[in-house]
Design a protein. Structure first.
Length: 295
């Protein structure tokens, strides 16, 4: 009889455990730093991603920005690097290497954050870069959920992955279309960082839980992965519907629909917003929101 599955898993996890311990140690250093040393954040925290977690990750990667600039790295290089890492993650997920896929997604998410920070540091933000970033993000979601769908082998995980991908794309489209019409539509729990964070946690947990279950044909696909992706798909659908409702009412001619939407003060503002051409508004939005467009 061979060693227990959890022992095998522990052996495989040794590099990841070492990295996790380093990150925990750095988190302790971060929490003990002077409060006045905290830099302003581009976004506030949420239920799934507390502000302290966002501040920690910014603190962790900010020192790299200046060096990247000196080395000649440009934001588009990081954007394409993030996409490449996501493609590798999708491949790892397709063959059932969920833990490896999770770490690759962590790396891809870090690259995705670095590209925007580097663009601001070098003051070279552009509409073409914002478009590339948004397009690469959509491609990354497709390959990651595509890998999960393949791993699901036609079972529940396959269809839940397709559902999650569809909902994710609808969330992005709702914001992009609303902003092109002059409405800020960044509401909802499952924005892209939250979706990525939830998926990473799911992928980390799935093989650990599976290691303590007897290996049978019935659980060859992780039940934790099925549950996690199912929750992600459901919450993402709620977010997409909320954004659609928000944008529709904010753009409506009925003043009663504007009471809960501070983005447009009244119906006149809505008409003015819709009076702009789509191309002009898209340009304004791209300039103002940069890499945040279509999130």
């Amino acid at each position: 009889m061979g060693p227990p599955r959890w022992t095998e898993l522990l052996a495989k996890l040794t590099p990841g455990i070492a990295l996790a311990l380093v990150l925990v140690g750095l988190l302790v250093v971060f929490l003990r730093r002077p409060i006045d040393a905290e830099a302003p954040l581009r976004r506030e925290g949420s239920l799934l991603m507390p502000r302290v977690l966002i501040a920690y990750w910014y603190w962790l990667i900010t020192p790299v920005i200046e060096r990247l600039g000196r080395w000649g790295v440009r934001p588009n290089h990081l954007t394409l690097g993030a996409l490449a890492l996501a493609i590798f993650a999708g491949g790892a997920l397709a063959v059932g290497s969920l833990m490896l896929g999770a770490w690759l997604l962590v790396a891809a998410a870090t690259f995705d954050l670095l590209d925007g920070l580097l663009a601001r540091h070098l003051e070279i933000g552009s509409k073409s870069g914002a478009f590339l970033d948004s397009f690469a993000d959509r491609c990354a979601e497709c390959v990651v959920f595509g890998g999960l769908a393949y791993y699901g082998a036609g079972g529940p995980l396959t269809w839940l992955s397709v559902w999650a991908l569809t909902a994710s794309l609808l969330i992005s489209y709702a914001r992009a279309r609303a902003e092109a019409l002059g409405v800020d539509c960044s509401i909802g729990l499952m924005q892209r960082p939250e979706r990525t964070f939830w998926l990473i946690i799911t992928l980390f947990a799935a093989p650990i839980v599976s290691a303590f279950q007897p290996a049978t044909a019935d659980n060859s696909v992780s039940l934790v992965a099925v549950l996690g992706v199912g929750i992600l798909a459901f919450l993402s659908t709620i977010t997409a519907l909320r954004r659609a409702d928000w944008a529709f009412k904010a753009l409506s001619d009925d003043p009663n629909n504007h009471r809960d939407y501070p983005g447009l003060a009244n119906a006149k503002d809505a008409k003015i917003a819709r009076g702009h051409t789509g191309a002009a508004l898209a340009s304004e939005v791209a300039l103002e929101s940069g890499a945040e467009a279509m999130r």
